[in-house]
Write a protein that binds this ligand. Structure first.
Ligand code: FDP
Length: 344
């Protein structure tokens, strides 16, 4: 048979790739990649599969309920939070790829235990975000962000390794434990979503190169706090609810109360999620390093925006591990509308 000289092999249909394959292909495409980030992402993936299995069994395994302790934010720690936190810390701190870990559940950063190699990366995570939804079977999630360390390799991590702007993250992602379990991540080469097939225990690529619509029809905010909002926030939400001639308004309201779930919907459908500063909480509620910054990297990679109202989230250089920030995140046009009201 004659060979057609113009034939080129078809681009592989990436749908159905395992997450391992996808991460590895990303490594091969990245200049100078050593495979260390690949290994770290695979460790995180493994942890989230274990967490997913525990979340699914929560009622049966009698792990629901409170431990009675409070975490550094003064919130009650639930057993499933502890479990998720321990799985991540034990795996990552002894996995040879990180030098330090910051977790929502731990007051202080966690360093690599003596005798284990101090790796090239710093990982920040919220092991189980949306914990007030655990007992009512509503979607919860894990959020993570990864930085390369700035201090010399091999030594003890220092504050400059931990307190880096979100714009320096080399990867970020989240897992949503919902009607199905999905992992969404970026290494700066687009945003990709994987769905867990529980029968084989593997994440398969289901959402290639996710792009957030330029604007949506949904706003997501805890309106129960509206009495404490500043006037510009109230004027903005009133405007979103007011019908307009072009039919873009009124917006629908959706608020799960799990950041991962509200963000995931916003990413796929467009619209805006906000947790503003208010008269009581002048920095808002959400945490910069393991909530706002990872989601900001994802949303920007998908073509959206993340802002405090006055500043790009990814530009903020943190001064402390558990720092809070106001957050406006989502479709470009929708966040721009919010900023127009806020900066009036
Ligand atoms: P939770 O307190 O249940 O863990 O940052 C935590 C968080 O949930 C986010 O997941 C969620 O978006 C937000 O807080 C909900 O806060 P409100 O209950 O104040 O709306």
């Amino acid at each position: 048979m004659a060979i057609n000289p113009t034939w080129t092999p078809p681009k592989p249909d990436q749908k159905g790739w395992t997450i391992e394959r996808h991460i590895l292909e990303g490594q091969l495409a990245a200049k100078g990649a050593t495979g260390e980030l690949t290994a770290l992402l695979q460790q995180i993936t493994l942890c989230t599969k274990i967490i997913a299995s525990r979340v699914n069994m929560a009622g049966l395994a009698d792990v629901l309920g409170l431990t009675g302790e409070t975490n550094v934010q003064g919130e009650e720690v639930q057993k499933l939070d502890d479990l998720a936190n321990n799985i991540l810390i034990r795996t990552l701190s002894r996995g040879g790829k990180v030098c330090a870990i910051g977790s929502e559940e731990n007051d202080e950063p966690i360093l690599v235990p003596d005798g284990y190699p101090s790796g090239k990366y710093v990982v920040m995570f919220d092991p189980l975000d949306g914990s007030s939804n655990i007992d009512v079977n509503v979607s919860i999630g894990t959020i993570f962000g990864i930085h390369e360390r700035r201090s010399p390799a091999g030594g003890k991590a220092s504050a400059k390794d931990l307190l880096q702007a979100g714009g320096r993250q080399v990867a970020a992602g989240y897992v949503i434990y919902g009607s199905s379990t999905m992992l969404v991540y970026t290494t700066g080469q687009g945003v990709h979503g994987f769905t867990l097939d529980p029968s084989v225990g593997e994440f398969f690529l289901s959402h290639i190169d996710i792009k957030i619509p330029d604007y949506g029809k949904i706003f997501s905010i805890n309106e129960g706090n509206s009495v404490t909002w500043e006037q510009p926030v109230r004027s903005w939400t009133d405007w979103l609810k007011t019908p307009s001639d072009d039919q873009r308004r009124p917006y629908s309201a959706r608020y799960v109360g799990s950041l991962v779930a509200d963000f995931h919907r916003t990413l796929l459908k467009g619209g805006v999620f906000a947790y503003p500063a208010d008269k009581k909480n002048t920095s808002g509620k959400l945490r910069l390093m393991y909530e706002a910054a990872p989601l900001a990297l994802l949303v920007e990679q998908a073509g959206g925006t993340a802002s405090t109202g006055t500043e790009r989230i990814l530009d903020i250089v943190p001064t402390e591990l558990h720092q809070r920030v106001p957050l406006y995140i989502g479709s470009k046009s929708d966040v721009a509308d919010a900023l127009r009201f806020l900066n009036g």
